[in-house]
Design a protein. Sequence first.
Length: 368
Amino acid sequence: MIAWPAVANEGEIPSPALLIDLERVERNLQRMLEIAGGPERLRPHVKTHKLGPLVERQIELGITKFKCATIAEAEMVAASGGRDVMLAFPQSGPNIARLMALAGEFPETKFSTIADHPATIRGIDVSARDARVQMEVLLDIDCGMHRTGVVPGPDARTLYRLIASSPGLLPGGLHAYDGHNTESDPAARCAQCEREFAPVLALRSELEGEGLSVPRLVAGGSPTFPCHAVHHDRELSPGTTVLWDFGYGDKFPDLPFESAAILLTRVVSKPGVNRLCLDLGHKAVAAENPPPRVRFIELPEATPVMHSEEHLVLESPHADDFVVGQTLHGIPRHICPTVALHNEAWIVGNGRAVDTWPITARARRISI
């Protein structure tokens, strides 16, 4: 279990709370730059942290491109100075018009999005022409996850031709996310990555052979980040690497990142022998995974026996060592949806909580 620096003024922090250690964040960012060989090919996903100041710090480090999942995240990045923002989620309904409004509100930022269906492509084209903008669209490729995207082949070529021939659109290339590749062994993970990306690369060659522009391939997430980094023909889009969590830490011990976010909680009750009740319910830590959803630094062996909206009950032979009101510190299994449950993050530096940052992009809508 990792050590966590003591926070001298944590008695001032209401619980449950999300704490972010800036020194650990900085080390994670430097490791991202080392793996990528510099900032030029990085397009980090902001869905993990949703924080404007972290976007600003990445810009200071030379990172110019960002990836996001929601209109609010895209707006947050643009407002923070991002000038190349890719919305990696198929847009539908009024969100298409919102994307055009975003492009109008931030004319100095280049926005792009993805599509995998002719109805989506046509809808974006009509809206872009109505807004008198040209929207760059990448074809979303299914390389094995079977969530969104089109399998490389004739249908994919037809869709890319549709993008290229639509007057309101610009063909932006290919987007291929391989989040299903969870091989723990790094050699096996990269071998699977190579196999699954061979058809994607073949599709790119076929499209270019037709004279179509394929300006970029945006590839991978955090687990396959090093696998893609050895290929200099693609943009790299890790996200969890900025904050990390114990889910990825356990599964991918070869990746050199450290948990930079922690949950502060307090004992609110002692409901029986060997039991502690904490104020860390579903509303404070992501609950989509089976228990344990958080691993406590002070009680790594504790067994969760009940988890509800506001409460987490732990069982441990060391429960008697803790008193009501005492703080515990836990690393979440899945940091991305955990961050989205908090309005603000307490920022830790030099052993103290020195600031709070609003988690702006946890909102479904900021202004657009």
